[in-house]
Design a protein around this ligand. Structure first.
Ligand SMILES: Nc1nc2c(ncn2[C@@H]2O[C@H](COP(=O)(O)OP(=O)(O)O)[C@@H](O)[C@H]2O)c(=O)[nH]1
Ligand SMILES: [Mg+2]
Length: 635
């Protein structure tokens, strides 16, 4: 079966990388006029090599120290590296630097070519080869084949081809990946076609007619055409170089460092939480230059383990970036000094979009560490823990926890049944939470209501504003969802808009109980002329405050019915007059009844008849048309 892999060159300037690729493929990767004029590689160049079953996309990178950013852009997505060392020069600074960068980028396969063998003696060659062996000891190239070549004599070229095939065979079969991602390395406009971008497909596959999100900008564009090695194709997939023509994409909206991805999966962020290995001493709050895929940007380094990270030490850190980056869990990244001259460290992305952390935030820092683990369910649980009250959506786990979309449902269900995440519908959307977050919110809610019950001993139910203080820490929709959950579990009791803690009943003093009984009797005896609260307070010789609390309690018990803000009716007196009014309305037909007629019917006064009629309108018993009441919708 044919396999698509990417081979990247590496090595010091003038060591013969471009010449060797030309000798292997016939393609000159130095395509820029300036490259031709100066005879050096400035930007990455591309070639194709078909060997055996392997279709290799070749990325030839510049060796000059000033163009390390271009080397890094080219190295994104490389499957195997060809490290080139010139026999006359031997190991030079960028030989070391490129090797270090390949290691940081986790390139795992490769081979070594010693070039310009026509220029040196056999002894010299032996020495160079020994130096190279020493250089690569302990790296992924420790056991790599070393091939002696010359493009002048043609020495070693056949051997090199065979060695490349052997290395390709060792690159284990890799899953294509379920979703598409490509770092853009070039952009150009093709007359009559519009904007075309190129890059190495990192993961997944995509076809003509499908749409991709452009990040960090965020637009979604349809693929109008695809090319591979200058030939139109229907699809491209992981391990291929691809040129993508996107419909309606303005040239100026896109640049090297943008990413194309399956829509709705990646959210760019300015805060990258990372696991970092120091290559030079790293200080807290140090300004740095970050390279991620083909993207780069300025950031401030915040160390989360200690104020300093010594060379070779591994630690957790956050990169507080000036501009958002489209990073994904486990993406390798390189950290260089702020002027981009020296490599300071390398690592991988653990989390994106988290707020900035401090060293003393021990719990989130531990969760961050757990995001580094191999087990996807472990990572989802850690992600939910880090998200706190914000919760996570299932699709978020794809980019942020490295979970395959096809495995999401099973994983979420298993985590849920193990009690490691908790699912809630918040504002109509499914979200997953750390159970601890929800349980402590539940306890807070119950506690606030219990406290409020203690403050208002006569109240059976309480308004939701009791929970107002929670909205500082929790989204209002989440509080609502957790209240619903408590109601569903029977731990809170709902009565219309009011809530009560199950099992808490009003605690009345002896006097209050007596007053309550007197209030209820007074209202029942008052018939259709119930008292106003201040009058009641006076007759019963009870403070007005207590009267209104107890009237509220009577309302909550359903004994009194509020007619308006000041007027209450005993339920025993209300039902008969509702029936009476309904009967008389039915008899009156379209003529209706005036307020005066209703007043006389109930043998009361206008003072009561007007609010009663308005109450009847509200509950739908009557309907006001001009000066008369007609039968309402719910007679
Ligand atoms: N004699 C000799 N010269 C070589 C060989 N390979 C490359 N060169 C020369 O070395 C110089 C740098 O080569 P180039 O491929 O541009 O180096 P790069 O910077 O690593 O891409 C050019 O002048 C080449 O002609 C070789 O095998 N033998
Ligand atoms: Mg070159």
């Amino acid at each position: 079966m044919r396999r698509d892999l990417i081979l990247g060159t590496a090595g010091h300037i003038d060591h013969g990388k471009t010449a060797l690729i030309r000798a292997l493929t016939g393609i000159d990767c130095d395509r820029l006029p300036e490259e031709k004029a100066r005879g050096i590689t400035i930007d990455i160049g591309f070639a194709r090599l078909t060997l055996d079953d392997f279709d290799l996309g070749i990325v030839d990178v510049p060796g000059h120290e000033r163009f390390i950013r271009n080397m890094l852009a080219g190295a994104a997505g490389v499957d195997l590296a060809l490290l080139v060392v010139a026999a006359d020069d031997s190991v030079m600074p960028q030989t070391r630097e490129h090797l270090e960068l390949l290691q940081i980028l986790r390139v795992q396969h490769g081979l070594i070519a010693i070039t310009k063998c026509d220029l040196v003696s056999a002894e010299r060659l032996e020495r160079v080869e020994a130096e190279v062996r020493k250089l690569v000891a302990g790296t992924f190239l420790a056991k790599a084949p070393i091939i002696r070549t010359s493009v002048v004599t043609g020495q070693g070229l056949e051997e090199l081809r065979a060695a490349i095939v052997a290395v390709c065979q060792r690159v284990g079969p890799r899953p294509i990946g379920e979703w598409f991602r490509l770092w853009i390395d070039r952009v150009f406009v093709l007359q009559g076609h519009g904007t075309v971008v190129t890059g190495t497909v990192e993961s997944g596959s995509v076809g003509v007619g499908e749409s991709l999100a452009l990040l960090p900008a965020g637009g979604v564009y349809r693929i109008r055409g695809l090319q591979r090695h200058d030939q139109p194709v229907d699809r491209v997939s992981r391990g291929m170089r691809a040129a993508i023509n996107l419909a309606g994409l303005p040239r100026e909206a896109v640049y090297r460092g943008c990413m194309l991805a399956t829509p709705d999966l990646v959210t760019p962020s300015t805060v990258l939480s990372v696991e970092l290995t120091a290559y030079a001493p790293l200080r807290h709050r140090q300004p740095v230059h970050v390279h991620l895929g083909t993207a780069e940007g300025l950031a401030v380094l915040a160390l989360l383990d200690a104020p300093e990270l010594r060379p070779r030490a591994v630690g957790l850190a956050q990169l507080l970036c000036r501009d958002p980056l489209a990073a994904v869990w486990d993406d390798p990244l390189v950290v260089r000094d702020s002027s981009d001259q020296h490599t300071l460290g390398g690592g991988r992305v653990l989390q994106t979009g988290l707020g900035s952390l401090r060293r003393r935030h021990t719990q989130p820092v531990q969760l961050l560490r757990r995001l580094g683990e191999a087990e996807p369910s472990e990572r989802i649980a850690a992600l939910a823990g880090l998200a706190g009250p914000a919760g996570i959506s299932a699709t978020e786990c794809v980019a942020r926890a490295g979970v395959n979309p096809s495995e999401l449902d099973t994983l979420m269900q298993r985590l849920q049944s193990d009690g490691r995440v908790l699912r809630l519908t918040v504002a109509g959307r499914s979200a997953w939470f750390d159970p601890q977050t929800i349980h402590s919110l539940e306890e807070r809610i119950l506690q606030l209501f219990t406290e409020a019950h203690a403050q208002a001993p006569t109240a059976t139910h309480l308004p939701r504003r009791v929970l107002q203080s929670l909205t500082l820490r929790y989204p209002a929709e989440l509080v609502q969802a957790v209240v619903d959950r408590l109601v569903a579990a029977g731990r809170l009791l709902a009565s219309g808009p009011l809530l009560a803690v199950a099992g808490v009943s009003p605690s009345l003093t002896e006097a209050q109980a007596r007053w309550l009984a007197q209030i209820e009797t007074t209202y029942r005896d008052a018939g259709c002329s119930p008292p106003a609260l201040p009058d009641l307070a006076q007759t019963l010789r009870v403070p007005l405050q207590s009267i209104s609390e107890l009237v509220h309690l009577a309302v909550n018990r359903g004994v009194l019915v509020p007619i308006n803000a000041e007027l209450y009716w005993h339920r025993d007196n209300l039902e008969p007059i509702k029936r009476l009014v309904a009967e008389r309305l039915a008899a009156a037909g379209p003529e209706g009844l005036t307020v005066a007629q209703i007043r006389d019917l109930l043998s009361t006064t206008r003072k009561y008849a007007v609010p009663l009629c308005e109450y009847f309108d509200r509950i739908g018993l009557t309907r006001r048309v001009g000066d008369v009441r007609l039968m309402g919708r719910t007679p």
